[in-house]
Write a protein that binds this ligand. Structure first.
Ligand SMILES: [Zn+2]
Length: 489
């Protein structure tokens, strides 16, 4: 009996010691007034779930790191429910992050999507919707962001952040307006992966991490135009007996053949006679191998950040810019559609000191990223932008955000979409056609429900048309438009 009492006393003492330890660890500005108030959340284990992400004094000192994993589909991630173990490193990162499970890109390919992240504006507003733009009837000139449009990184540079970007080039080159004001911007290798961009980023950090910095890291590892490193897909995927080899040349050919199948305004790409179900399954497996490589490389980079003592001195966001298609809608690659396989992206933010995963199910836009980061860090960004801070959601408030997306891919397709709840409408400006999807019952967007639900179709189309007015888009300019896709990408 005495022994039991002694054990009980020791257990109580140990618990009190743990509580005292946790209280001492709690930053002074968030420490509750009374002990009972402090113990209750500890017992309920909800301190992190109720995290407000107040960064306190750290706010003025933290660095900012944004990592963009190009063409990574949300549904390939473990934290997004994929069972194949493709992203263990990303999953581990997200275990300590605010994870936006329903984040949508506002454009379905690299250049406009990244520029929307950079500016928090709709593509039609920032104007960098293609690599070239039509100057006159037969003259194309490279597109670049207007000097009159401020970016969030402009403000970081102005606020004194030493800034550098290490990218895979192509759609994120400085010539389009990225890297303005940066000390360093690497973009010299087209469609390079993190194996190319991360090592110089780490070198740069060694020399610069004593200053307050903003680092942008980007890689095309999962992209169709980036080859697997050290692996030939046919050597690894042995249960496929078709003719494809999973090369970047083949991927480019299929992409162009898909576009060539669009004969008239309003047509959708159709590769069904050229890519069988087995071929598509093979291409998806090649993609999964690339996703794994992307994850390993980002994981290795994060490990280095920890070793250098940077990980817990930085707010770190990991995102993807769009997804990819493998014949879910008759096409391979991305850009000319606005299906969820393209728009549903990865988006997670790790705030140091908040080490529990916070699952956010509210639909948000990828271009809300910088407004959110700025809000968290107490920084002022450009005014009048279209994106907005998601911090209210993280603090438990509700936000109902307008979910639009657009694609004028290679000046060839002209699509706009809207999501309201589980309904999604895609409007094709080139023929005025519209398709309505119920993402709850038809997540693959296989059945057009516009004739079955004319009221929702009408109301959502009107919402799109009102939004078009705000983006100064005249739908008449696109009606009946028929031209060749511009030849650069
Ligand atoms: Zn991309």
């Amino acid at each position: 009996m005495k022994n039991l009492r002694l054990i009980a006393v020791l257990v109580v003492a140990a618990n009190l010691a743990v509580v005292a330890f946790l209280l001492l660890k709690t930053p002074a500005d968030t420490r509750p007034a009374g002990v009972s108030e402090a113990i209750a959340p500890l017992l309920e284990d909800t301190t992190q779930a109720r995290a407000t992400y107040e960064l306190g004094d750290q706010k003025e000192k933290l660095n900012l790191i944004v990592i963009s994993m190009d063409a990574l589909r949300y549904d390939r991630s473990g934290f997004g429910g994929n069972p194949d173990g493709l992203t263990p490193n990303l999953d581990a990162f997200m275990e300590e992050a605010a994870v936006f499970h329903d984040a949508a890109a506002v454009a379905s390919w690299t250049l406009p999507s990244h520029m929307s992240i950079w500016t928090a504006r709709w593509p039609s507003i920032h104007g960098v919707t293609n690599k070239l733009k039509l100057l006159s009837q037969d003259q194309m000139v490279p597109t670049t962001l207007s000097p009159g449009i401020e970016t969030f990184p402009d403000h970081l540079v102005r606020a004194g952040f030493t800034s550098a970007g290490f990218t895979g080039g192509a759609g994120v080159q400085a010539m389009y307006g990225f890297g303005r004001g940066f000390e360093t911007w690497l973009d010299d290798k087209p469609f390079a992966g993190f194996d190319y961009s991360a090592p110089p980023a780490l070198e740069w950090l060694k020399a610069n991490s004593s200053k307050r910095f903003f680092l942008f890291l980007h890689g095309y590892d999962a992209h169709g135009q980036h080859d697997l490193t050290g692996l030939r897909p046919r050597d690894v995927i042995t249960d496929y007996h078709g003719n494809l080899d999973g090369s970047i040349e083949e991927q480019a050919r299929l992409r162009e053949e898909g576009l060539a199948s669009i004969k008239n305004p309003g047509d959708t790409a159709d590769l069904s006679g050229k890519v069988s179900a087995d071929d598509a399954a093979f291409l998806k497996k090649v993609y999964d191998l690339k996703v794994k490589q992307a994850d390993e490389r980002v994981g290795a980079f994060l490990t280095q950040l920890k070793a250098m003592g940077i990980y817990d001195r930085s707010v770190i966001a990991i995102v993807s810019d769009h997804g990819d298609e493998f014949m879910e809608h008759g096409y391979v690659d991305h850009g000319p559609t606005l299906c969820q396989h393209q728009l549903h992206v990865v988006m997670g933010i790790r705030f140091p000191g908040f080490t529990r995963r916070n699952d956010i199910k509210t639909p948000v836009r990828l271009f809300d990223l910088f407004p959110t980061l700025f809000d968290a860090l107490g920084l002022t960004g450009p005014s009048g932008v279209d994106g907005q801070s998601l911090m209210p959601i993280l603090r438990g408030e509700k936000l109902d955000l307008p979910m639009y997306a657009e694609s004028d891919y290679r000046l060839f397709v002209h699509l706009r979409s809207i999501r309201q709840g589980k309904k999604k409408l895609v409007l094709d400006l080139s023929d005025g056609g519209r398709r309505l999807y119920d993402l709850a019952s038809d997540p693959e967007e296989a059945r057009d429900g516009s004739s079955a639900d004319p009221r929702a179709t009408y109301e959502m189309e009107q919402a799109v048309r009102r939004w078009l007015e705000t983006t100064r888009t005249n739908p008449q300019d696109y009606l009946g438009l028929k031209q060749e896709p511009i030849k650069i990408f």
